[in-house]
Design a protein around this ligand. Structure first.
Ligand SMILES: [Zn+2]
Length: 174
């Protein structure tokens, strides 16, 4: 039997037994009216505790993220340096010798080119266009770089009669 049904039956009983049935106190306080205070306080408590616990959870989660991030970075850098060190260790002797041989070959090619260049530009006594006398002028930035690259002395000349300009290369004396 439901509450409504029981109430109805009780009311019916009351009505049947009472004379002044229209004044009977049928409308009893509902559960909400009766326990409004308790319900409110309980709801406040539950909500408050839930919020506190949730906040705690959030805080713990954020802290967990930070910890995870720090751990990740730490591991990343440790692994990076470990990998780099292992790479250096894993370089075999044959690799090193190979690199050295290639460097020697490049140096030999460059040195041959350098010698040829210096010999080619080492002879300049008079203007190749008109045979006139030459005058030494200031070197440009390009000539300085060239001198460093070929490890040679470079002199810049200009013809006294025509518009010829040229360089003279020499072995570095040092
Ligand atoms: Zn000239």
């Amino acid at each position: 039997m439901t509450t409504e049904g029981r109430n109805f039956a009780l009311d019916f009983l009351v009505m049947a037994t009472r004379k002044h049935h229209h004044h009977h106190h049928r409308h009893r306080n509902t559960f909400w009216q009766e326990f409004r205070f308790e319900i409110t306080v309980t709801l406040l408590l539950v909500t408050g505790v839930a919020l506190l616990v949730e906040q705690f959870e959030i805080r713990r989660t954020v802290w967990g993220w930070i910890q995870t991030g720090v751990r990740f970075l730490n591991r990343f850098f440790r692994n990076f340096f470990q990998d780099f060190f292992n790479f250096l260790l894993s370089l075999r002797l044959s690799n090193t010798i190979g690199v050295i041989l290639i460097l020697i070959a490049f140096f030999m090619i460059f040195n041959r080119f350098r010698k040829k260049m210096i010999v080619r530009y080492s002879v300049l006594y008079s203007c190749p266009q008109c045979g006139s006398e030459l005058a030494r002028i200031h070197r440009t930035f390009y000539h300085k770089v060239l001198g460093l690259f070929f490890w040679a002395n470079i002199r810049h000349y200009k013809c006294k009669k025509c518009d010829y300009k040229g360089i003279k290369m020499d072995w570095k004396q040092s």
